[in-house]
Design a protein. Sequence first.
Length: 321
Amino acid sequence: MKPAILVARAIFPEVLSRLHQHFEVESNQDDVIFTPAELAQRLAGKAGILATGSARIDAALLQQVPELKMVANMAVGYDNIDLPACSAHGVMASNTPDVLNETTADFGWALMMATARRITESEHWLRAGKWNKWRYDYFLGPDLHGSTLGIIGMGRIGQAIARRSTGFNMRVIYHNRSRITPELEAQANNASYVSKEELLREADHVMLVLPYSPASRHTIAAAELAIMKPTATLTNLARGGIVDDVALIAALREKRIAAAGLDVFESEPKFHPDFLTLDNVVLTPHIASASEKTRLAMANCAADNLIAGLSGQVPPNLLKL
Ligand code: GLV
Ligand code: GLV
């Protein structure tokens, strides 16, 4: 008998077909967001789940589903999964690293450039019929080229963002839990390792690409915003919660930094309504990895992990405690 799995959210039909070859599949192509109680109910008797960030896999859930053996997350981030609880219950977990590095780095640049050069703000103004003349000082913003890019979180996505900066003649500084190797620094446009404080003081554009954890919560809060340049931009590609949204809203309102670009929010899809009252913020709905090719690759990667894990092999992207 094939093992039973739950595909917790809607997914590419071709990936669902692949999964049907290996498993008894309960799918959710209507894309209902399950409550924790519904998730537990759907998972009863299942050996695996293909999950996204909307499924919280914690001790309370795992206690209710003793047959579960494997959680394959379709995301590189896995802050929705309590790894120690999985380990305690003998449940394997995997993520989808690497396949999204370049696409996410592309988007980081798109968001940073839109933020600095006020692309969405000026388009809204144009669409609202306000464009009746050209003026020397309409929509001035900071330059990207020749500026200093500060990357917090120098993993594979951070390095891919840094590599792209060579064409813009930028200086790259970074902060990370630990220094990356000199070889990787050289490939990342000769990035130099600095303290978080030095990065915030010196960067013209700050980019957040670090994983969320209780330790990285509010990496950027009032004290950090206070030492950034008033002309600086802040781009968050990583997770909501890494930025203190209330402190950011105050800083943007008082123009203590120039602008922010945010792809992620603390309680997404809900976000602080005051963001909508600000012109100097670009808001996108968690789409940094959303190219057709990459999202399909992420889905297939999650499927590969589930197929391996539930057939007695080591999943290629098994997460370790
Ligand atoms: C998306 O945010 C991911 O973690 O892949
Ligand atoms: C990026 O999305 C991460 O969670 O590392």
